[in-house]
Design a binder for this molecule. Structure first.
Ligand code: PMP
Length: 284
């Protein structure tokens, strides 16, 4: 983590950055967040992330802590103070601090926290390396469309994936369909050459990278469909990949130890990754 963090109006040394134990983010996971990639000193798909933040806040009736214009100024200053050109910005808004009580308190000032992290610049070759995923039962609640900090199920799943040497765990619903990864959206390419990712509803988070990849696919005339797909279909696919803000587009070459397609990143995902790299460059 970078040395300076933002907490409720102040830029503070990260080691001193803290919120109260009565903060509802801590007590109830009553908070939402965003992670935005920084490339060439600029936010990647910033407006998409700000729109989603507004939506998450709206769904939970948490007031916006400040206007979008003010938020952008604070972000610019935080990136400047930490000298971040390539990295990631983390934003969290909780309902605020109030005596512990289940029902939402009224007239509470939301807590706004931001941190930054320096990361290596987007690199095609590095990102194009294939990864493996495992499948796990989706044990999360029914409002996964809201980007809340209630991430325990995902943390458990990711830990299981790591312990098995996998990059990600794809979560599977009661019908045997893949919903999404613990912190990424899931995609396959069928034998018929169709790009498939699950449609958005309250069972998954509408990823900003997912949205960008769909736009890039459409612009390039690639054939895609948003629908559920089963684990069996994924294992029989010619290609698979997973998308997120920090992982970008990661080819998936193994699902539960079973090779996908030829067991290496395929032409479809490499094409999309190339388009994504151009998308980042275009936003310099
Ligand atoms: N699904 C889940 C559950 C996630 O946590 C994330 C990343 N936060 C994503 C999908 C990918 O979203 P994005 O592309 O906006 O990072």
């Amino acid at each position: 983590m970078s040395s300076i963090s933002y907490v409720n109006g102040r830029y503070v040394p990260h080691r001193d950055a803290s919120v109260h134990i009565e903060d509802r983010g801590f007590q109830f996971a009553d908070a939402v967040y965003e992670v935005i990639a920084v490339q060439h000193g600029r936010l990647v798909d910033g407006d998409g992330h700000f729109d989603r933040l507004d939506r998450s806040l709206g769904e939970l009736s948490i007031p916006e802590p400040m206007s979008r214009a003010a938020l952008k100024l604070v972000i610019r200053e935080l990136l400047r103070q930490n000298r971040i050109t390539f990295g990631a910005l983390y934003i969290q808004v909780s309902r605020g601090q109030a005596p512990r009580d289940f029902s939402f308190p009224q007239n509470v000032q939301p807590t706004l926290v931001m941190t930054t992290k320096r990361l290596k610049p987007f690199d095609f070759e590095r990102t194009a390396q294939g990864v493996s995923v495992i499948t796990i039962q989706d044990i999360r609640w029914k409002r996964c469309d809201i980007k809340t900090v209630s991430l325990l199920a995902g943390a458990m799943g990711k830990t299981e994936a790591m312990s098995k040497g996998a990059f990600e765990a794809w979560q599977v619903d009661a019908d045997g369909n893949v919903t999404e990864g613990t912190s990424s959206n899931a995609w396959i390419v069928t034998k018929a050459g169709e790009l498939v990712t699950r449609h958005t509803d309250s069972a998954i988070l509408g990823g900003i990278t997912r949205q960008t990849v769909l736009q890039l696919a459409a612009k390039d005339g690639l054939n895609y469909v948003e629908r559920p797909f089963s684990v069996a279909e994924a294992k029989a696919a010619t290609e698979a990949f997973t998308t997120s803000t920090t992982a970008f587009i990661r080819p998936v070459v193994k699902i539960d130890e079973q090779s996908v397609g030829e067991g290496k990143p395929g032409p479809f995902v490499l094409k999309l990754l190339k388009l994504y790299g151009q998308h980042i460059e275009n936003h310099k």
